[in-house]
Design a protein around this ligand. Structure first.
Ligand code: PDD
Length: 287
């Protein structure tokens, strides 16, 4: 059975799914998105992702395209039609279709909605987590509103390509003060030399990762020490462990930064345990 996408009210074969050439997401990156991990066909961390979607749209004065209840139904129907149990569901909402003009269309047009579903190879993703991945660093060059989850991802795409070309999986942006902000599509963490967990605070110009937020709860429930405080690539190299979080990566151990080993260069016990605990928690609360 082929993949099915949702485009503006209709389920269509993935290969035939199209948006208009004057969709403002296509021409101006005037659109936001959300990505939910799927466990057993259910949406992980629903609260966090819906709340962030609402906030991203609100910051750009784009209307919610439908109620949360209706959107949940459509997302779940898209997952069901694709028969995906473990994977990702992607939602994109643009300001809509209008003759090209940088300013918003007046009167406003209806937001345009696209949903796609993809399958994850669980064995491959567990194997990758067991081995750990490499990251490269790259200068922070994004705009000042990375807290909004927009589709304006060119710096992220270029950074990810730099990682790929170096045989790494993620790129960490490093700001002018030398601190890691976040990954191209994930948040960054270390277990510092003293065994304390550390991730950047959300006053910084980063996405408020939903996986990050759930993991902070998991960590506190486990009674582990955690600080929301910046770290440098040198701190990461001197750390015991490092890892990244995101709907795609879940909790993924990092074993090298710019080709140099983090700690002993092997996946550490904390990241491995937090991955397990996060997945348990996400499965238990998925809808
Ligand atoms: N990326 N930072 C950035 C820049 C991201 O793009 C993402 C997610 C995250 C982690 O956020 P969350 O835990 O809410 O997934 C952090 C998604 C998965 C993507 O672009 O595909």
């Amino acid at each position: 059975m082929g993949r099915i996408a949702y485009v503006n009210g209709r389920f269509v074969p993935h290969g035939e799914a199209m948006v208009h050439i004057e969709d403002r997401g296509y021409q101006l990156a005037d659109a936001v998105y959300e990505v939910w991990a799927l466990f057993g066909g259910k949406l992980a961390d629903p609260e966090g992702h819906f709340a962030r979607l609402k906030r991203s749209l609100g910051e750009l004065s784009i209307d919610m395209p439908m109620s949360r209840a209706a959107l949940t139904l459509v997302l779940k129907e898209a997952v069901r039609r694709n028969r995906v149990l473990n994977g990702l569901v992607y939602l994109q909402v643009s300001r809509g279709v209008a003759p090209r003009d940088h300013a918003f269309p007046n009167p406003p047009v209806r937001p345009a909605v696209v949903i796609t579903v993809s399958r994850t190879d669980l064995a491959a993703s567990e194997a990758r987590a067991a081995k750990g991945v490499g990251v490269v660093t790259t200068p922070e060059n994004r705009w000042g509103r990375c807290d909004i989850k927009t589709v304006g991802l060119l710096p992220n795409a270029l950074a990810k390509q730099k990682a790929r070309a170096a045989g790494a999986v993620e790129a960490w942006f490093v700001d002018d003060l030398g601190f890691v902000t976040e990954g191209a599509s994930s948040n960054a963490w270390i277990v510092d030399a003293d065994g304390r967990l550390r991730t950047r605070d959300t006053n910084a110009n980063i996405l408020r990762g939903v996986t990050r937020l759930t993991l902070l709860d998991v960590i506190r429930a486990e009674g582990l020490e955690v600080e929301e405080r910046p770290f440098t690539p040198a701190d990461a190299l001197a750390a015991q462990e490092a890892f990244i979080t995101g709907a795609g990566s879940l909790v993924l151990p990092v074993v090298t930064v710019d080709g140099r080993p983090v700690g002993d260069g092997k996946v550490g016990p904390v990241a491995a345990r937090l991955r397990r605990l996060y997945i348990e928690q996400a499965k238990a609360t998925a809808i």
